[in-house]
Design a protein around this ligand. Structure first.
Ligand SMILES: *[C@@H]1O[C@H](CO)[C@@H](O)[C@H](O)[C@H]1NC(C)=O
Ligand SMILES: *[C@@H]1O[C@H](CO)[C@@H](O)[C@H](O)[C@H]1NC(C)=O
Ligand SMILES: *[C@@H]1O[C@H](CO)[C@@H](O)[C@H](O)[C@H]1NC(C)=O
Ligand SMILES: *[C@@H]1O[C@H](CO)[C@@H](O)[C@H](O)[C@H]1NC(C)=O
Ligand SMILES: *[C@@H]1O[C@H](CO)[C@@H](O)[C@H](O)[C@H]1NC(C)=O
Ligand SMILES: *[C@@H]1O[C@H](CO)[C@@H](O)[C@H](O)[C@H]1NC(C)=O
Ligand SMILES: *[C@@H]1O[C@H](CO)[C@@H](O)[C@H](O)[C@H]1NC(C)=O
Length: 916
């Protein structure tokens, strides 16, 4: 045999593999069988076979014992090509001790033969898309010390057979789809130090036998559906350092025995139904670093011993029913970085000792009953990034100078009774990161410091509902980032004129003041009219002309020469195009009139779908040079005009305001929309008929949609009533089909990025079309698709806040919002965050969620359709983008004409039941 091998070494192994596959390779010893099985597995095919040694023990990722038998396979040390258990005959490798196959996309079931590997001590199959259940035979692996099958799609329940794995030290089954309850037999794994079952669908109670696992150091059963209470026996796990039960449905009180776990560093019980008060001996857990009890039903006051937890870094007690006051001993918690006590019933004052916690970066005491003034000592918290004292009963003058908190990004003091001057940045501060400043609904007086709007990063200033006087400072809105800045000055005592500089702001509200004089034309055009209400402003009928007449290119003689320069090429382009169209028509005899002509870059005027007789002049005639009488609305960056063309067709023209035409950002959006819309065609996407993209006059020509936006239709009672259940369901379906088309039928896929009810238009029959493709983007498969956040507030997927990477799932999220909004009649707002917390959604009955202006759906078919829309919407709003469905799946689901029958009437169905 040896000589046979010696001979073979000279031959390349490619030939060998061929030989083996043809069955010409004969060997008898079990070691040879192992070589053969490894070659046949094909896992090592990616290696350069020229220098591939025949001694499989030297292959990367393969370990042998002294006898030459394979005892370890480790994918981390090799580049395995398409490994699969199907091709690897496990029964050959009886000596295997360690199997570590991680991130190999196996995508199959765990083979039953695994139970034959009786010597295994380490089995790590994490992140492999494994499916099916845990094989029964796994109970045969009695020598196993580590079992890690996390991050797969394993379903079924945890088998009682685990009791045989008596040598297990680490068991990790997290991030799978396991259901059923935790078997009490788990209490037999007396050597267990690590137990992770996070993110499955495990239900039932925590077994009392967990108390047997006295060596446990890490216990993580978070993100499941565990109910019942925490067993007192948990107090026996004296080595526990990390206990995470958050995001379950656990009730009852925190057992006092928990205070015996003096090694605990992290205790996370948030997002459950825990009631009762915090145990008085909690101060025994002196090693605690993270204490997360938020979003429960915990009552009573913070026990005194609490202030012994001097190692705490993260303390989250928000959204409970905690009462009492904050003691001055809070100063003991010197290491705190995050402190959140918001949404409780805490009263009394903010102790000045809080100013001693100089590591604090996040401080939220909002929505409590705190009173009196904000202590000056808080100015020492120089590392603060987020400070929220809103919705309390704080009073007195604010003496906090913003410049003293140089890292602050978010400051909200809204809904208190604070008085004094609006704080402004300290002149010494050169760099200041403040993004959000919310001081609304207080008693601030004095004038607006112009400096606040010039902060480099500022995005939102809300000073509404105060007693601010004087004029709006000239120059407000001139900061570099004004285009991203929202300013609300409504409900104050501001007087004087509106300064021109406000036009650069992203949004503005000036209503309910004493402002006077005429509204500057450009400001009038940019913002909705409601922002001017309840002032002494002058409205003038000349306020909505397209552009002043002396600039009109056609009628003004003085500028005629310049105009010829501009319009001659335009007319030539139009003529050539018309000629081309005629030719095309003669030749193809109207082969496919719906197909837009291929757009060449640089073309300024294009129009299609018509018989070729429409030209730039016709548009001008139809709108009398964009006369105010044809203006039907003013949007974000343009006005919309309605025009009837010579052929009788009614179109909508979206025209960029002249002033904004000079802003490169708007210019880009306009061109982007023209480009994308001329490439796609779908019955539920607004039809673009043509465009004019010329510096002087930019407009897009669309199908006219009689009923305007879905947003408005839902807001006006009369129209909301007309938009009955069947029509609403159809609206949602139509948008699903449109998005599915953009994501899955266009190559490369197109993302809309601004799906909102504002951008869904309705025709005379309430058929919906998706519109406004200004920031839509072609998904480039080669680039990173990193982006600035864009879109409409309230519709933007939460992950964009931290990943900045866009993909289809961002649109899917926005779709979820508009679907819920369509069914409920208003933006679901606060309801969306509660979806993540299933138990909160449990209290919402579907019937109560439906738009109350409409009679409840009488027809069973309609009711079934509504349930389908809501369940799909909830899936689309999953905080984890990966768990959201693709638009294609949504669209297909809607195409299914036989949805599952309703199990119960709507008034009996809770929202959480629709979440599966
Ligand atoms: C092939 O040769 C290279 C360079 O000598 C070496 O790094 C590599 O490990 C060899 N491959 C195998 C499978 O032995
Ligand atoms: C597991 O062990 C049982 C006996 O305890 C045996 O019958 C069965 O064949 C074994 N399973 C495997 C896959 O080896
Ligand atoms: C399993 O493998 C992964 C990837 O190598 C590793 O991060 C993880 O810690 C391993 N699990 C155990 C329990 O050793
Ligand atoms: C667990 O899931 C499986 C399929 O994944 C299903 O057949 C079974 O009924 C579920 N069991 C429970 C208790 O929900
Ligand atoms: C827990 O341990 C006790 C002895 O320490 C043992 O009798 C009991 O069977 C164990 N429970 C389980 C569920 O294995
Ligand atoms: C475990 O805890 C329970 C309840 O706290 C207690 O009665 C029991 O004696 C403890 N068992 C051990 C072995 O400490
Ligand atoms: C916890 O602290 C209390 C006093 O605060 C003490 O009486 C008790 O013995 C301590 N328990 C443990 C387990 O340390």
């Amino acid at each position: 045999m040896n000589s046979f091998f010696a001979l073979c070494i000279a031959i390349t192994s490619t030939i060998l593999v061929v030989a083996v596959q043809k069955g010409q390779y004969h060997s008898s010893s079990s070691k040879d069988l192992e070589t053969k099985a490894l070659i046949l597995s094909g896992w090592w095919d990616s290696y350069d076979t020229k220098n591939f040694s025949l001694d499989h023990c030297k292959w990367p990722g393969v370990t042998c014992n002294n006898g030459g038998y394979v005892i370890g396979i480790n994918s981390e040390l090799a580049y395995l090509s398409k490994p699969s258990f199907e091709k690897l005959n496990l029964l050959t490798f009886r000596h295997l001790v360690r199997v570590h196959i991680h991130g190999c996309q196996l995508g199959e079931r765990i083979p039953t033969q695994i139970g034959a590997l009786s010597e295994l001590t380490y089995l790590n199959l994490s992140t492999n898309f494994l499916t099916g259940g845990l094989p029964l035979s796994i109970g045969n692996l009695t020598k196993l010390e580590t079992l890690d099958i996390s991050f797969n799609h394993i379903s079924g329940s945890i088998l009682p057979e685990v009791r045989n794995l008596r040598n297990l030290v680490a068991l990790d089954l997290s991030w799978n789809s396991l259901n059923g309850s935790i078997p009490s037999q788990i209490g037999a794994l007396l050597k267990l130090e690590i137990l992770r079952l996070k993110a499955n669908n495990i239900n039932g109670h925590l077994p009392v036998s967990l108390g047997n696992l006295t060596k446990l150091e890490i216990l993580d059963i978070s993100s499941n559906q565990i109910s019942g209470s925490i067993p007192a026996e948990i107090g026996n796990l004296s080595h526990l350092t990390y206990l995470n039960l958050q995001w379950n449905e656990i009730g009852g009180a925190i057992p006092s025995t928990l205070c015996q776990l003096t090694s605990l560093k992290a205790l996370q019980l948030s997002l459950n139904e825990i009631n009762g008060s915090i145990p008085t001996n909690i101060g025994n857990l002196t090693k605690l670093i993270y204490l997360h009890l938020e979003s429960n039903k915990i009552m009573g006051s913070i026990p005194f011993s609490f202030y012994k937890l001097t190692n705490l870094v993260d303390l989250l007690l928000d959204s409970n029913q905690i009462s009492g006051s904050i003691q001055k001993e809070i100063e003991m918690l010197k290491d705190l970085i995050s402190l959140n006590l918001s949404n409780n019933k805490i009263h009394g004052v903010i102790p000045k000792e809080l100013g001693q916690l100089t590591h604090l970066r996040y401080l939220d005491l909002s929505s409590n009953q705190l009173s009196c003034h904000i202590p000056l000592e808080l100015g020492q918290l120089t590392k603060l990034i987020h400070l929220d004292f809103s919705s309390n009963q704080l009073s007195g003058q604010l003496q906090l100078e913003l410049g003293h908190l140089p890292m602050l990004m978010f400051l909200s003091l809204s809904n208190n009774s604070l008085s004094g001057q609006i704080p402004y940045p300290h002149p010494d501060t050169t760099y200041f990161d403040l993004q959000t400043l919310i001081l609304c609904n207080n008693r601030f007086s004095g004038t607006i410091p112009v400096q606040i709007a010039k902060l480099a990063s500022i995005q939102q200033i809300d000073l509404s509902g105060n007693s601010i006087q004087g004029q709006i400072p000239v120059g407000l809105g001139e900061g570099e980032n004004a285009v991203f800045l929202d300013i609300n000055l409504s409900h104050n005592n501001l007087s004087g004129p509106i300064p021109q500089s406000l036009v650069y702001l992203r949004s503005l509200n000036l209503s309910y003041n004493a402002l006077e004089g005429p509204i500057p034309l450009n400001i009038w055009r940019k913002f909705p009219v409601s922002i001017f209400f309840n002032n002494n402003l002058v409205y003038d009928s000349t306020y909505c002309p397209p552009f002043a007449h002396d600039q009109n290119p056609i009628r003004t003689k003085k500028k005629h020469q310049i105009n010829i320069k501009i319009f001659l090429p335009l007319v030539v382009v139009v003529l050539v195009f018309v000629g081309f169209l005629l030719l095309y028509k003669l030749k193809s005899n109207k082969a496919n009139p719906d197909q837009p002509p291929a757009t060449k870059q640089g073309d300024t005027f294009k129009i299609w779908n018509f018989d070729g007789k429409i030209a730039y002049e016709n548009i001008m005639e139809a709108t009398e040079d964009f006369d105010i009488r044809y203006c039907i609305g003013t949007g974000g960056y343009g006005s919309v005009y309605k025009a009837e063309l010579p052929n009788g067709r009614v179109v909508a023209l979206k025209k960029l305001h002249k002033l904004e035409g000079e802003n490169p950002m708007y210019d880009k959006c306009f061109k982007n929309e023209a480009k994308i819309l001329s490439q796609i065609r779908h019955q539920n996407i607004v039809k673009l008929f043509g465009y004019c993209l010329h510096k002087r006059c930019m407009f897009l020509i669309y199908d006219y949609m009689e009923r305007g936006s879905l947003f408005c239709a839902l807001r006006y009672e009369h129209e909301a009533l007309e938009l009955g259940w069947v029509k609403r369901v159809n609206v949602v379906k139509s948008i699903a089909h449109a998005l599915s088309y953009m994501h899955h039928d266009c190559t490369p896929p197109i993302l809309h990025r601004d799906v909102s009810t504002n951008n869904i238009l309705l025709d005379s029959k309430f058929e919906a079309r998706l519109s406004d493709f200004g920031i839509a983007r072609v998904l480039n498969p080669d680039s990173s698709n990193q982006t600035q956040i864009a879109g409409t507030r309230g519709y933007i997927a939460p992950e964009l806040a931290y990943t900045m990477i866009i993909n289809e799932k961002c649109d899917v999220y926005s779709f979820g919002v508009i679907a819920l909004e369509t069914i409920s009649g208003s933006h679901p707002g606060e309801f969306i965050p509660s979806i993540a917390r299933r138990s909160a959604a449990e209290n919402v009955i579907l019937q109560d969620f439906l738009d109350k202006r409409l009679p409840p759906p009488a027809d069973l078919r309609v009711a079934t359709d509504i349930v389908r829309v809501v369940s799909i919407a909830l899936a689309c709003l999953n905080p984890d983008p990966k768990s959201r469905p693709w638009m294609k799946e949504v669209s297909q689901e809607f195409l299914d004409n036989n949805p599952p029958k309703l199990s119960r009437p709507l008034h009996n169905l809770s929202m959480s039941e629709l979440m599966n």
